[in-house]
Structures are given as C-alpha cells and as structure tokens.
Write a new protein. Structure first.
Length: 241
C-alpha cells in the first residue's frame, strides 16, 4: 500500500472539516475525490501534504508515518501537489518555475535544468520555456503548476481542481496528461468538479460531504448512488447520465 489514511480528523475552532476519514491507495491508482464546495477535499490535501496538522488520525506513506512531518520533508519522500488557485512565480520564466520544483531533488544547477527541460518536454510546454510565467493563460498556468510538481519526481501526485475554469480543449489536454502521468507509474489523487473528466481518469472515486466519506467505488457505481446524487450530483445529472 502506497498511502494509508486512518481516522483522519481536522477541526477548526469547533468546526469539523474532515471527520474520521479512511483511505487506502495502491501504487499506480488514480483516485478521484469529489463532493460539494466546503466538503473538506482541499483540507484533506493540506493534511496529506503537511500544510495542516491533523487533530486526530494517521497518514502512512510508503510505510513511513508522515502525520506530523513538514511539507518539505513530505515532498522529499515523494508526495507533490498542485493548488486550487495557481500562483506561478510570475516574473520568472516557465523553465525557472519548473527548476524551483527540481531543486527539491538536487542542488546541482546543471541537473536541475536538465530535469526541468525533461518535464517540460513531457508536458508539452517546452516551446514556452523562455516565456514569463505571468504572461501565460489560465490553462497554461495550470499545466505549469503540474510541471513544477512533476519536477519534484513524486510517487504520489495530488491534483487540486487542475481543470477548473478551462475550456473543452484544455480539459482534453489535461485528461491526456493525467493518463501519461499514470503510465509513468505515478499514483494520483484528483479533486475535480468536471464530472466528465473525473469519470474518465479515475479507477475509483471517493465522495466527501461535510467532511465525511459517503461513498467509494468505481465511477459507474458512484454516479448512480442515490446518496451521492442527493448530496452532490443532482437529479439532472443522474437523468442525463
């Protein structure tokens, strides 16, 4: 088991954002994470990646207890993430942004640049390597965020709404990239509201509502579950599906 989350709970001054959450993720899985806004999805990512300490519970990654580790330690162990609101280093080039991620693996500038270029070739952003990150479109910034995360050479990649705000063509590009990342052997947990996308990329889907898991299963099971339809998808989606 690559990742095991056991009884994870996070409280903020009386508000429970995540409650008694369990999750097991095998190497090579793509797990979709869906639920209404405020359901606790990003909080869960913050807990796994070390940006928040849990109130209770444990997080085991590759047989190591990472529950109280700092984000940099967790990154070096092999967990990388993107953020819901992309924040590239706007005055730096695309290449330099990706090099920032690569520096978590080596301090040799030559190797850092080689790794960053290899990642940009993989994500098909190499033609933009000398552009300032601040000049990129939203879709390009989202890809840059993924590229920077990939440059840390993760075993587990957490993608937080990497398709939000994108057009149909850009969503298709993102879906294809997730497939390529999986082919490389990287495990993914993907938060997404674009149901067509999450259905196509996920091996299984976990549904959160009010900080609790209400369903876990293959995509076809999840979208036909009455509890999920009521809490998140809505009757209109179910009828169209």
């Amino acid at each position: 088991m690559l990742l095991e989350v056991k009884g994870l709970t996070k409280q903020f001054a009386g508000l429970t954002a995540v409650h008694d959450f369990d999750l097991s993720v095998e190497q090579g899985d793509v797990v979709g994470l869906i639920g209404p806004n405020g359901a606790g999805k990003t909080t869960l990512f913050n807990l796994i990646s070390g940006f928040l300490p849990p109130t209770d519970g444990k997080i085991i990654f590759n047989d190591t207890d990472i529950t109280r580790m700092k984000p940099a330690q967790i990154c070096r162990l092999g967990i990388a993430r993107t953020f819901q609101i992309v924040k590239p280093l706007t005055r730096m080039t695309v290449l330099e942004n990706v090099m920032v991620g690569a520096f978590s693996r080596t301090k040799d500038p030559r190797k850092v640049k080689e790794l960053a270029i290899e990642v940009l070739e993989f994500t098909e952003q190499i033609e933009k390597m000398d552009k300032k990150a601040g000049s990129l479109t939203l879709g390009e910034r989202k890809l840059l965020e993924i590229s920077r995360a990939l440059a840390t050479q993760p075993r587990l990649l957490l993608l937080d709404e990497c398709m939000a705000g994108l057009n149909t063509k850009e969503i298709s590009v993102a879906i294809d990239l997730i497939g390529k990342i999986k082919e490389r052997g990287v495990t993914l947990i993907v938060i997404e509201h674009v149901m067509k996308a999450i259905m196509s990329v996920s091996d299984r889907i976990v549904v959160l509502n009010y900080g609790e898991k209400i369903m876990e299963g293959i995509p076809e099971e999840v979208v036909n579950d009455q509890q999920v339809i009521k809490a998140y998808l809505g009757v209109e989606f179910a009828e169209c599906h």
